[in-house]
Ligand binder design. Structure first.
Ligand code: NAD
Length: 494
């Protein structure tokens, strides 16, 4: 059985804890590898290595750090297909989707290439007579990233590109379900010229995470995953004095107004609900259809579903792959099983006709869904699209704002005034106007509101640079010593 181990100090380090996890091939349902699970002592070793590498990396000049990012950019670009193949084999997503993940991750490396500009401070000459004030951004030290299964390359890139470029060293604890992409990135970072020890990967589960949360030498933690774990990471990490940004789950609503182009809305809903088998935190989970157009819209969505090609990534024509594990597939199917008893109607049942091998579930469409039903209240994270019929824009907006999550949302309309009002009113961090999966480009920042994000700072982009640095403000003067005197008064401008 292939064994997947840690990456510490620039090379693979086999685990010694005696604990490991199963890495499935979701397209066949067979185990393809075992991944080592780190003990607390193995995490300690990785942190010690990262700490030791930190002073030299922090002192490395900005041009050189940018050069490493430029090299990395070229290497990831040249290896897109290889990285995508690794993603497909362990996550199950089809190749086109995996290539999209690599492309969106690459944007973050490109952003980090501008680090000399991004780390510019401010300077105020003559803030007081003969006194100048300036601010500088300094790295935090050793920082950690804990990442989910659904974007095993992109989400780590959201974090480590800025963290390293800012002069920190990094510990990545990737999802144990699809850990290999992190080792590919470690190898590419090494080839790009990043000194050994600056980027380390510890494989593992709660034991590794808990040690990261406790470790006194880890200054900050970036987390992406489900809401209960995000809350736990935020509460424990901040209690231990760390800076934490913890992104959680989602239930993204797409509001379709009667004036929208319904074919375009149906295309968008189908693409955003079933892409990556619905295992995206920005997937559309609920379409809020205004009553007058609901029947038409549902008919159009249902008509598109049979055309979606479901199957393994090895067939280039396939558009939707399996779910991550058999357990997760069964959990998603459980929401479908429970929906009719709660009063919903299954329009398309994805439990029927899915490929027999592997963890497949076909796309499903459920109508008549309302708050209070389990399928509405909980994040499903699978290829299930819910329809909730609403009487008006106001009713749709209220449902979105009442939802515990606030990651992404979209409005489909041809009325610019209503769209602008929606953008103003809605309590959600990322909004699409006729755009169903509004993942911000890398020079903005990514983050939801409410239970979709714990912490103050969104991820990547300018907020990512702020997260991975702290600001120091220097007040300086170079007076003529002959003007010096004792003055016990509080300093004021003169
Ligand atoms: P998860 O919360 O199960 O796991 C995320 C990470 O936490 C993994 O590295 C895992 O090993 C670790 N972990 C799991 N259980 C833990 C525990 N009890 N204690 C400590 N660590 C633990 O999430 P997942 O299933 O890998 O990913 C899917 C979830 O991530 C969905 O809820 C999805 O919405 C969310 N997600 C959110 C965003 C976002 O940007 N908001 C992006 C991607 C995914």
């Amino acid at each position: 059985m292939r064994r997947i181990s840690h990456w510490i100090d620039g090379h693979i380090v086999e685990g010694t804890s005696g604990r490991s996890g199963v890495v499935w091939n979701p397209a066949t349902g067979e185990q393809q590898a075992a991944v080592d699970f780190a003990s607390a002592a193995e995490v300690d070793h990785a942190v010690a290595v990262a700490k030791a590498a930190g002073s030299a990396w922090r002192a490395t000049n900005l041009s050189r750090r940018a050069e490493v990012m430029f090299h990395l950019r070229e290497l990831v670009d040249a290896n897109r297909k290889e990285i995508a193949a690794v993603l497909s084999s362990e996550h199950g997503k089809v190749l086109a989707d995996a290539l999209g993940e690599v492309a969106r991750g690459l944007e973050n490396i490109e952003f980090a290439c501008g680090i000399p500009n991004l780390l510019k401070g401010g300077y105020s000459e003559q803030a007081s007579t003969g006194i100048d004030v300036y601010s500088i951004k300094q790295p935090l030290g050793v920082v950690a990233g804990i990442t989910p299964f659904n974007f095993p390359a992109m989400v780590p890139m959201w974090m480590f590109a800025n963290a390293l470029a800012c002069g920190n060293t990094f510990i990545l604890k990737p999802s144990e379900k699809d850990p290999s992409a992190s080792l590919v990135m470690a190898e590419l970072l090494k080839q790009a010229g990043l000194p050994d020890g600056c980027f380390n990967v510890v494989m593992g589960d709660k034991v590794a995470v808990d040690r990261i949360l406790d470790h006194p030498d880890i200054a900050a933690i970036s987390f992406v995953g489900s809401t209960p774990i995000a809350r736990y990471i935020y509460e424990t990490g901040t209690k231990n004095g760390k800076r934490v940004q913890a992104l959680g789950g989602a239930k993204n609503h797409m509001l379709v107004l009667p004036d929208a182009d319904l074919d375009m809305a149906a295309d968008a809903a189908v693409s955003a609900a079933y892409g990556s088998a619905g295992e995206r935190c920005m997937a559309v989970s609920v379409v809020l259809a205004i009553d007058t157009v609901a029947d038409d819209l549902i008919t159009k969505i249902a008509a598109r579903i049979p055309n979606i090609k479901v199957g393994p990534a090895s067939e280039p024509d396939n558009e939707m792959g399996p779910l991550i594990t058999g357990e997760h597939r069964d959990k998603v199917a459980g929401y479908l099983a429970g929906a009719p008893a709660e009063g919903a109607t299954i329009v398309v049942d994805g439990r029927q006709g899915a490929p027999a091998d592997g963890f497949f579930l076909n796309p499903s469409l459920v109508d008549g869904v309302a708050p209070g039903m389990r399928c509405y209240d909980e994040e499903i994270f699978g290829p299930v699209l819910l329809i909730t019929r609403v009487g008006s824009y106001d009713e749709g907006l209220r449902l979105i704002n009442d939802n515990q999550y606030g990651n992404g949302t979209a409005i489909f309309t041809r009325d610019g005034g209503v769209a602008r009002q929606f953008q103003y009113d809605v309590n959600v961090g990322m909004v699409g106007i006729n755009v169903p999966v509004p993942v911000p480009v890398a020079y903005y920042s990514f983050g939801g509101w409410k239970a979709s994000l714990f912490g103050d700072t969104h991820m990547y982009g300018p907020e990512g640079v702020n997260f991975y640095t702290r600001t120091k403000v220097v007040t300086s003067r170079w007076p003529d010593p002959s003007t010096s005197r004792v003055d016990l008064g509080f300093p004021q401008n003169r």
